[in-house]
Design a protein around this ligand. Structure first.
Ligand code: C2E
Ligand code: MG
Ligand code: MG
Ligand code: MG
Length: 296
């Protein structure tokens, strides 16, 4: 190609695609190394019973403790991990880590039964790639068996878009997991494409109302109606709902009044590392005033 030939210069769009591809390749290699070097960590965010504010369980949320960049949020690497298929290895790590920490979480819960609803559960996020592997249900069951944890203490969270990727294999995997006793939650409900038909074919046990609706609920009548409709739908099919992203007491009150069973959000606690989570379980107070007071 002759120097100065305009046809030889990539268009800005092609250049951006190229840069994105390079970034993805570099990030993928870094993620593999991060797995080898044990740089991932699970944080846990409380899920509470609305109204009583008893502690019900936690959502496990992954973080990458990068040696130079510090704590990296999942939004910065989960999409690339999903595109490359590396998510399967990351999920395998998450499942193993849950097996390592869940017995301690359950034990901590038994020491504070007055402020805890039943026995605690932990929910984990899984992707469509995970469900497409025939080995997935067996892997999770084996983890639970080895850890001595009742399957009912684990919930799998999946998004609608995840279900749509490969509905047949997702249905098979989730049916097996549910049959062994695990809970199945639809995450970010209302934001994916959905025909809703999966609600009748899949063994769903929880609907998680997306933060986008909760955030707008008190200022936008439409969002309020959407939340109300999702809660009614959950109630009609006989499963509890969890509202995500609750930041204000007024949101918690409005959701409780609408019959939403559970809530999750900064109001009740930000995601925190394991040690802090164990302290939080042992010192949980259903009374928010006692909970928010500084530790004596
Ligand atoms: P998600 O499963 O919908 O998780 C809820 C997200 O909302 C979390 O973000 C949480 O920190 C955030 N959040 C909770 N309460 C509030 C609130 O009151 N206000 C605000 N502004 N945000 C709140 P995070 O931890 O950054 O995770 C983002 C997403 O990354 C998750 O969304 C999930 O889709 C994905 N993810 C996280 N951990 C894993 C994992 O282990 N595996 C997979 N496959 N995906 C994961
Ligand atoms: Mg989730
Ligand atoms: Mg969510
Ligand atoms: Mg989300």
């Amino acid at each position: 190609v002759a120097r100065g030939d305009p046809a030889a210069a990539p268009s800005p769009a092609a250049r951006a695609d190229f840069d994105a591809a390079i970034t993805a390749v570099v990030l993928e290699r870094e993620l593999r190394r991060a797995l080898d070097r044990q740089e991932f960590e699970l944080f846990f965010q409380p899920i509470v019973r609305l109204g009583s504010e008893m502690l019900a369980g936690f959502e496990a949320l992954i973080r990458w403790r990068h040696p130079e960049r510090g704590l990296v949020a999942p939004a910065a690497f989960i999409p690339v991990a999903e595109e490359s298929g590396l998510i399967v290895d990351i999920t395998a790590w998450v499942v193993a880590e849950i097996g390592r920490v869940l017995p301690g979480i359950m034990r901590a819960g038994l020491r504070n039964v007055a402020a805890i609803e039943g026995s605690l559960f932990v929910s984990v996020n899984v992707s469509g790639h995970d469900l497409a592997r025939a080995s997935f249900p067996g892997m999770v069951c084996e983890m639970l068996r080895a850890a001595g944890i009742a399957p009912g203490s684990l919930k799998l969270e999946i998004t609608e878009s995840t279900l749509m990727r490969d509905p047949a294999s997702a249905t098979d995997a989730l049916t097996l997991c549910r049959a062994s006793g695990m809970g199945i939650a639809i995450d970010d409900f209302g934001t994916g494409y959905s025909s809703l038909s999966y609600l009748s074919t899949l063994p769903i046990t929880t609907l998680k109302v997306d933060r986008a609706f909760v955030r707008a609920m008190l200022s936008e009548p439409r969002d309020h109606k959407i939340v109300q409709t999702i809660l009614r739908l959950a109630d009609e099919i006989g499963i509890p709902a969890v509202a995500e992203g609750i930041e204000e007491p007024a949101e918690a009150r409005a959701l409780a009044a609408m019959g939403c069973a559970y809530g999750q959000g900064y109001l009740f606690g930000r995601p925190a590392p394991l040690a802090e989570t164990l302290d939080r379980i042992r010192s949980w107070h259903a009374d928010p005033a006692a909970r928010r007071a500084p530790a004596a």
